[in-house]
Design a protein around this ligand. Structure first.
Ligand SMILES: [Fe+2]
Ligand SMILES: [Fe+2]
Length: 289
């Protein structure tokens, strides 16, 4: 079996967690900074579900690429959907969460709306401040490229499985650290207190939607959520891809590591820039006060 340690060293994991932590600490300095953080994170994250579905579709479509070497009857050997199934697993609830009966995007929007209310933003401020800055457009564009895969291109598909492994393993850490900073460390203050006073709900399209569940369904500061399961499935997808491809395992790992690296770089850029933006917002408001 491939192991996560083959993609990321303990030192890299520690550096990644510190980068996420810095951005979260900058976010909670001020309600407006917190809104910016949540706006940026929900925008970037909002593409993940669709991109995972695309990768799964591209794997399944590539009927000539993933073949069981032990099956001499060619049509009986096609295994693309077996690989795809372990990727698709991660995005079923993205499209319609079994518990909440809405897409995860809706839960993310509920949180963004609550953060905008908490910061006291007017409608025009919400629209103006959500205009994506250049750094975010760059991160999003690179996310499309490395998650993008290409049907019928084995190397591109395996790179994108590596990206998917990166995204799932890092999301687990992201949500856990956000939950630690927003909820565990600030249970009786700030944004979390504001949410509690409103029973955690905001009005969205005529419905009351939980405005914090988006974090805790993915992971919490004290327990693993769905991201850990998605990661386990992503590793199985890579395992099957290796079994059904003629390249040696080392080559499969090398390609997957390339996809992993590309995503790790853009994830770092996301949190470094989010921290800078939140710090600048909080500093600006302090000076104005
Ligand atoms: Fe999700
Ligand atoms: Fe996930």
């Amino acid at each position: 079996m491939f192991r996560l340690e083959e993609f990321q060293t303990a030192a890299e994991l520690e550096a990644m967690e510190a980068t996420i932590r810095r951005a979260c600490d900058a976010a909670v300095r001020d309600p407006f900074a917190q809104f910016l953080f949540i706006d940026r994170y929900t925008r970037w994250n909002g593409y993940a579900g669709a991109l995972v579905a695309k990768l799964s579709g591209n794997l399944g479509e590539s009927q000539d690429l993933f073949l069981d070497p032990n099956e001499p009857d060619r049509a009986q050997a096609v295994r693309g959907m077996d690989v795809a199934g372990h990727v698709l697993d991660a995005t079923v609830d993205e499209h319609l969460d079994k518990g909440h009966r809405v897409p995860h995007r809706t839960l993310a929007q509920a949180m963004r709306k609550a953060a905008a209310d908490y910061a006291g933003l007017t409608l025009s401020e919400r629209n103006a401040r959500s205009e994506p800055p250049a750094w975010l457009r760059d991160v999003v564009a690179r996310t499309f490229t490395c998650y993008g895969s290409v049907a019928h291109d084995a190397e591109a598909l395996i790179r994108s499985i590596g990206t998917h492994i990166a995204s799932e393993s890092m999301a687990d850490r992201e949500y856990a650290i956000i939950d630690r900073v927003f909820r565990a460390e600030r249970h009786e203050e700030g944004f979390y207190q504001y949410l509690r006073e409103r029973d955690y709900r905001v009005e969205l399209g005529g419905k009351l939607v939980h405005a914090y569940a988006w974090i805790t369904i993915h992971a919490t500061f004290e327990s693993q959520g769905v991201e850990a399961e998605h990661l386990a499935e992503a590793m199985k997808a890579l395992e099957l891809a290796a079994r059904y491809r003629p390249e040696p395992r080392e080559r499969i790992l090398e390609l997957a590591r390339e996809g992993y690296r590309s995503f790790a770089d853009l994830q770092r850029d996301f949190f470094v820039n989010a921290a800078l933006e939140c710090d600048a917002a909080a500093d600006g408001r302090q000076r104005a006060a």
